[in-house]
Design a protein around this ligand. Structure first.
Ligand code: MOS
Length: 763
């Protein structure tokens, strides 16, 4: 950190700022949920169902209870009094709508059927192995064809014009079905909870994307007032949506802690990640496009099915981007739900948009081929200049420029459209494109800002940093407003006792926290300037506060400037070099600090923003290399061009898109959770068999931000960027694969078996 040269003051907004929490993470100092240990800590291990559907006939815990070190065995027969109430989707919900051990029914393989708590982890494991469970087994349903048993009940979420008539009349039609498999969230840090009961309430150290929502839900499940429930998640090794809501391990750890009156740790292991804590559900999406011969869209139908569990009505909203991405008079999006014997799904990075845009953008690429039209040109031709779904103008949309910039960067003009027509270094080259979009909003947030007597600045907010750079963002605002160097700024997040902040979900934290943080800082600085002007003995005594400002953490006089309202630090022009450190001003006034609170006014209550459709946009251009002699495919380059408003931290921002592009590569070529049809067990539920991209699989990745501020979202013009980068990668890669090999893959991931059908066999 000390060696980094950063722009000072307002220049820090939009700079490439290294994470302020980076050294804590790389040195192993940062404490994640299960890093919290207590002297009398007990360890919990769950017994998981070995069948995919049925009922527990008998559960014998006598041997487990006699296992050395075992202090408690919980199961459906003895947990009745642990829950007091159960939440009904108020301001948060469990990820699974039934609490664990609710009854003796089994809905999916891996469901927790008992919890063994012991003095050590090893003893708990031994105890768990000693639990004897007998089941009445039914046949689970993990069929991959979602259409096979679909009951036909669809919900129409968007409709305009008469798409069916337009499809009948369209001169050119695409009608294809696209399939995305179950994908499992695999953040580096697995789920885990350490629960501490103090006789009246709980402290839960949980790996969470939302400490405030987590507190709400757990207080209801456990029947303690919110005031008596504190959730802490100071560092999170990411979540990708899997940690938006609490999972049963949090409930069970807390229940056991209360029964035992001692802290209990429940750490989910990598194998359990595949059964018990959510996944992106399987989707099957039929896309029909109608177009004129010169490439104008006349109809879009997007009819999708998504899988859910027997416990929940989770829907993967694949059609959210379809109504506004293109200009088209006739459109319908319909949803259907299909149940399978699997754990409850969860949002996963870009939920809905990522599988949905794989389908829509793949269909656009197929339409371009049918029209003998360039796929970039097809998109430019059908670009929408207003949201035709909501019939609203966009707050800011520069998708065309994303395509134009990307085309230039990858050298699209040299692309010859015929399959297998491009060669380089003895390999066949393919190029493809895919578009992306994700919604933006300004959700509520409260933050406090404190000027401390020791010359440090403290910012506090009950949001959390899940690896995205939220700590650093708060520090950037504090520095912008005061000029205090980053190493004198302390940011406190990830604790529900702090002022309520947003869940790290929906890519909405950045846009939510900026106004609150800025308002709190402005207010604190304003009060500091008043104090400086009013305190006898202060060199500014008697000055008008408006003639003062703060620079480099010092109160200084504005010079040669008219009296300006507002107090934001404006880059130093005309400021005196000396001034007084703010802590000296506090001392002169006998103040132990100045604290101010800022709030973000949500966009859904703001008449100014209600009349606009707010989204981020982007495009990926992918290049693959195909070596037919050994049937070897590699993604060689991905250019990602994104319009996400103003980027506050270009380093953390680019990291978001890079990471998402890597996940998109995983989705395209590797990831698929497969279930055994007899037991519904995830058969590749481990890191040996569930493939994710390694460094060796990575192409050259290149991220460009257009950086147009969207001032309707907030005064900084920043929209969120966490999820969008994963959308559009898969259609770009599968189109590049088609371009190189002639094989069109509509069911992800692309497999070697698919590519062996290629007729491009010579280089
Ligand atoms: Mo995002 S899937 O809302 O964490």
């Amino acid at each position: 950190m000390a060696t980094t040269n950063l722009s000072q003051g307002a220049g820090i907004i939009g700079a490439a700022v290294p994470r302020i929490d980076g050294p804590l993470k790389t040195s192993g100092t940062a404490k994640y949920a299960v890093d919290h240990n207590f002297s009398n800590l007990a360890h919990a291990v769950a017994v998981q169902s070995t069948i995919g559907k049925g009922r527990i006939r008998s559960l014998d815990v006598s041997a487990a209870e006699k296992t050395p070190g075992v202090v408690l065995v919980l199961h459906h027969g003895n947990l009745q009094n642990v829950y007091r109430t159960f939440p009904h989707q108020q301001d948060g919900s469990m990820a699974e709508t039934r609490p664990p051990f609710d009854d003796d029914k089994i809905y999916y393989w891996g469901q927790y059927v008992a919890l063994v708590v012991a003095e050590t982890l090893e003893q708990a494991r031994a105890g768990a192995q000693a639990v004897r469970v007998e089941y009445d087994v039914e046949t689970p349903d993990v069929r991959t064809d979602l259409g096979a048993d679909f009951d036909g009940r669809r919900e129409s979420s968007w409709k305009r014009g008469d798409p069916d008539k337009a499809l009948t009349e369209a001169p050119v039609v695409i009608d294809e079905t696209y399939v995305t498999p179950v994908e499992t969230h695999n953040p580096m840090e697995m789920h885990g909870t350490v629960a501490v009961w103090d006789g009246e309430g709980f402290t839960l150290y949980d790996s969470s994307q939302g400490v405030v929502g987590h507190r709400t839900v757990m207080s209801e499940v456990l029947g303690v007032p919110r005031e008596n429930l504190r959730t802490i998640s100071r560092f999170v090794g990411s979540g990708f949506g899997g940690k938006l809501s609490p999972w049963p391990q949090a409930t069970l750890a807390a229940a056991a802690a209360r029964v035992l009156n001692r802290p209990v740790k429940f750490s989910v292991d990598r194998r359990m990640m595949f059964s018990s804590v959510g996944h992106r559900p399987r989707t099957q999406q039929r896309i029909r496009l109608g177009a004129t011969p010169d490439g104008k869209l006349t109809a879009i139908r997007h009819d999708f099915l998504s899988e859910t569990s027997l416990l929940d009505d989770f829907v993967e909203h694949c059609g959210e981007q379809t109504p506004f991405l293109y200009s088209c008079p006739n459109l319908e999006v319909t949803t259907g739900m299909v149940r399978r014997s699997v754990g409850t799904p969860a949002p996963m990075r870009g939920p809905g948009a990522v599988p949905g845009l794989f389908a829509l953008e793949s269909a656009m690429n197929e339409l371009a081929i049918k029209l003998k039209m360039d796929p970039v040109e097809l998109r430019l031709k059908n670009d929408a200049d207003r949201d035709e779904g909501k019939n609203l103008p966009f707050s800011s949309r520069h998708l065309k420029e994303c395509y134009q910039t990307g085309a230039e960067k990858i050298g699209w003009k040299n692309r010859t459209p015929e399959v297998g027509s491009m060669r380089r270094n003895g390999k066949v080259i393919g190029m493809g494109v895919g578009g992306a979009s994700w919604g933006a909003a300004r959700i509520p947030c409260t933050a406090t800002f404190e000027l401390c007597p020791n010359g440090r600045v403290c910012v506090r907010c009950a949001t959390q940093d899940i690896g995205t750079g939220t700590y650093t963002l708060f520090a950037q605002i504090a520095h912008e407003k005061t000029g205090v160097p980053l190493d004198r700024i302390d940011v406190f997040l990830g604790d529900s006792n702090l002022p309520d902040g947003p869940t790290s979900g929906g890519s909405m934290v950045t846009s939510a926290i900026l106004p609150a943080a800025a308002a709190a800082a402005n207010q604190a600085v304003g009060r500091l300037l008043n104090v400086a002007a009013l305190t006898p003995g202060s060199p500014f005594h008697g000055a008008h506060p408006d003639s003062l400002t703060v620079a480099d953490g010092r109160v200084v006089t504005k010079q040669g400037q008219p009296q300006v309202v507002g107090v934001s630090y404006n880059g130093g022009a005309g400021l005196t070099a000396n001034g007084l450190p703010f802590e000296d001003v506090l001392r002169m006034a006998n103040l132990s600090g100045i604290t101010a609170t800022g709030k973000t006014f949500p966009s859904f209550e703001d008449p100014k923003t209600k009349g606009y459709s707010m989204h981020s946009f982007g495009a990926h251009f992918a290049e693959v290399e195909w070596d037919p002699e050994i049937a070897h495919l590699r993604v060689s380059r991905i250019f990602s061009i994104f319009d996400c408003g103003r980027i506050i931290n270009t380093k953390a921002g680019a990291n978001q898109i890079l990471g998402a592009a890597v996940m998109g590569l995983g989705m395209s070529l590797f990831e698929e959770t497969r279930y055994d049809s007899r037991t519904a067990q995830p058969i590749n539920g481990n890191f040996a068999d569930y493939l994710v991209p390694t460094c060796a699989d990575l192409p050259d990745l290149d991220v460009t931000f257009l950086d147009y501020p969207d001032l309707l979202v907030n005064e900084y013009g920043a929209r969120g960027i966490g999820e969008i980068g994963m959308a559009g990668v898969a259609p770009a890669i599968t189109d590049a694969v088609y371009h190189a090999t002639g094989v069109r893959v509509r069911a992800l991931p692309v497999r070697i078996e698919d590519l062996l059908k290629s007729k491009v066999i010579e280089v």
